[in-house]
Design a protein around this ligand. Structure first.
Ligand code: DON
Length: 306
């Protein structure tokens, strides 16, 4: 079956699953998203794009942004980054605080909220949040090869108003010396990166370098070193779905990163980057129908890395 037909048929089949689960409501601006939205985009290394459903509609990528800020911060701080954040699965929810106390304020990995807040702090590097936010946005526009990629100011404001857990996590880490900058500035960066708004098409395109050893196959531009792309994929596989990372590896078998906006970016190394979006979340905060779509796609293409 052609990829075009496969993507269309998967969208058809997951229809009954769309709308199941719960739309994230702890960020008020996300609670308003229509649960019936669903999109799939597959960007292949040869530059082709296969789409179905609402694949061209922008949505809040939330924690999927953590993949891109990690890539940017590794370029900035290099391996020193690993002094301030670990690279082990947490086995905990993305916003859990308990491990942080036992582990001296060093988050388990860059994809749980405290780890991503540290990455934001590394990008801030004592500068002004506005400039760091602009740098992150430019990076995403460059990766997606699309200047229309934007940050949703309303979502960022909504997170800043209600992000009590993130404020706690950041202050807790500040007390341990893991955060350098003023907590409010670091969080300003973090809340804005989470509010990045991309369509499935833009997200798959932006992630394509991870399927091609760090080089954007369309423009030929190197984004990260070969070994870094492999390491980011390894972290996506082991930590990208929080305490459901094992289940995602079992069911899909691809490096993946989810966000509470209902998006998932999955990487099929040497083949494609895939973005799915369906806002209904399962109990672990990952897209219910999106995960099923990826499970089907991996099964039918044989793209599992295992
Ligand atoms: O900080 C938060 O809680 C959200 N901005 C992002 C969380 C998220 O996307 C977790 N992913 N499943």
């Amino acid at each position: 079956m052609s990829l075009d037909a496969m993507v269309a048929s998967i969208l058809d089949r997951i229809g009954p699953e769309v709308g199941q689960g719960r739309v994230a409501d702890y960020i008020p601006a996300l609670a308003r998203i229509e649960p019936s939205k669903v999109g799939i985009a597959v960007a292949t290394l040869d530059g082709n794009l296969y789409t179905a459903g609402d694949a061209h509609e922008a949505f809040s990528i939330q924690s999927v942004s953590k993949v891109f800020t990690l890539a940017l911060a590794l370029g900035r701080a290099g391996s020193d980054l690993w002094q301030r954040v670990g690279r082990e699965p947490s086995g905990s929810a993305f916003n859990s605080i308990v491990q942080l106390e036992r582990e001296h304020g060093i988050p388990r990995n860059p994809f749980i909220n405290p780890g991503a807040i540290v990455v934001s702090d590394i990008l801030l590097a004592g500068g002004r949040p506005k400039e760091t936010i602009a740098e992150i946005l430019s990076f995403l526009r460059w990766l997606a090869d699309d200047d229309t990629v934007a940050i949703d100011a309303e979502v960022a404001a909504s997170e800043a108003e209600t992000g009590y857990r993130n404020v706690s996590l950041a202050n807790f880490m500040k007390a341990f010396g893991t955060i350098d900058g003023p907590v409010a500035d670091t969080l300003d960066v973090y809340f804005h990166q989470c509010a990045l708004s991309l369509s499935c098409v833009q997200l798959a395109r932006a992630g394509l370098f991870l399927a091609n050893r760090g080089v954007d196959p369309v423009t030929g531009r190197r984004v990260v070193a070969d070994y870094r792309a492999r390491r980011i994929n390894a972290l996506m596989m082991t930590c990208g779905h929080y305490d459901a990372s094992g289940d995602f590896a079992f069911r899909v078998g691809l490096p993946g990163k989810s966000g509470v906006g209902g998006g998932i970016l999955a990487i099929a190394p040497g083949r494609a980057a895939v973005a799915v979006w369906s806002p209904g979340l399962n109990d672990s905060g990952n897209s219910h129908a999106g995960t099923i779509a990826l499970e089907e796609l991996a099964r039918e293409t044989g793209w599992s890395v295992f």
